[in-house]
Design a protein around this ligand. Structure first.
Ligand code: ADP
Ligand code: MG
Length: 267
């Protein structure tokens, strides 16, 4: 059995309690990534360092192609870094095997995509239950939880609809419900309002923020939207594979963020 520190990595060893008591919930240290297409090397991430407090909501801005999605994929363990370190709570993700990384992602990470990525042959309520099934919930419990979550996102009348019977805004509500249903401690959103009109995107962001704050989730959102950036505790910018620590760094709602952390520590 694989060990992290002196703890074995098993399905339930990385507990939510552990994950939410860390003051630096997410920590990236000198993360670098280069793609090799056989003809040339493309250094997409250049020594990226970033820390996020538990419960903090950060918006990540940057031009297309600067490496934002690659960074999220590395944090989610979908992609591998070449150099550097990624810690979520005290778990060194860069040292985990593929199997442990998959387990970790399944339990503790929620991902919300620009294109929703719903499974077209499953209904809304079936899509939302997927993370629960993967985490071993009983079918009846998963169904009930999914029903409650879809109610929360305002879709109680549409739970049996298939994705192509739903509007873009409704599909994204389903995707948010699915991304958050298993109470992941870390939610990663990649341009989650990018395919929505401004008003729908704003509504979506309000809903997303509410759920994340209620459940004390740490959130990293890639976005081009001012509304999303305004709703975040902190805004950071990426330029050509680097996080720009000198310009456009806006720290907001610090009191709120600290209050969240204090809550968490007293639990
Ligand atoms: N799997 C891959 N293989 C090769 N190059 C990739 C791959 N994924 C992304 N890239 C390249 O990495 C750069 C950054 O991409 P990406 O992280 O998607 O940027 P962003 O999300 O900021 O638009 C781009 O030049 C892109 O072409
Ligand atoms: Mg992208």
């Amino acid at each position: 059995m694989k060990l992290i520190g002196n703890k074995p990595v098993t399905r339930y060893s990385v507990t939510r309690a552990l994950l939410t008591t860390m003051s630096h919930y997410l920590s990236l240290k000198n993360v670098s990534k280069t793609y090799d297409d056989g003809k040339q090397l493309n250094q997409v991430l250049q020594s990226v360092s970033l820390t996020m407090a538990a419960g903090e909501q950060v918006a990540l801005l940057g031009q297309s192609g600067c490496g934002k999605s690659t960074l999220l994929n590395i944090i989610a363990g979908i992609d591998r870094l070449d150099q550097g370190e990624v810690h979520v709570a005290d778990i060194a993700l860069h040292n985990l095997s593929e199997k442990d990384l998959t387990l970790f992602r399944r339990q503790h990470i929620g991902f919300i995509y620009q294109s929703f990525n719903l499974i077209p042959t499953l209904t809304a309520i079936e899509n939302v239950q997927i993370p629960l099934h993967l985490n071993g919930f009983k079918p009846a419990d998963a169904l009930e939880k999914a029903r409650t979550m879809l109610e929360r996102v305002g879709l109680s009348g549409r739970i049996e609809a298939f994705p192509d019977q739903l509007s873009g805004g409704e599909q994204q509500r389903v995707a948010i419900a699915r991304g958050m249903i298993h109470s992941p401690a870390l939610v990663l959103a990649d341009e989650h309002t990018g395919n929505l009109d401004a008003a729908t995107g704003r509504d979506m962001q309000t809903l997303f923020n509410e759920i994340a704050r209620d459940t004390k989730q740490t959130v990293l959102m890639v976005t081009h939207s001012e509304a999303v950036a305004e709703a975040a505790d902190r805004v950071i910018e990426m330029i050509d594979g680097r996080i720009d620590h000198h310009s456009n760094v806006v720290v907001k709602q610090a009191d709120q963020s600290n209050a969240n952390n204090n809550d968490r520590h007293s639990q």
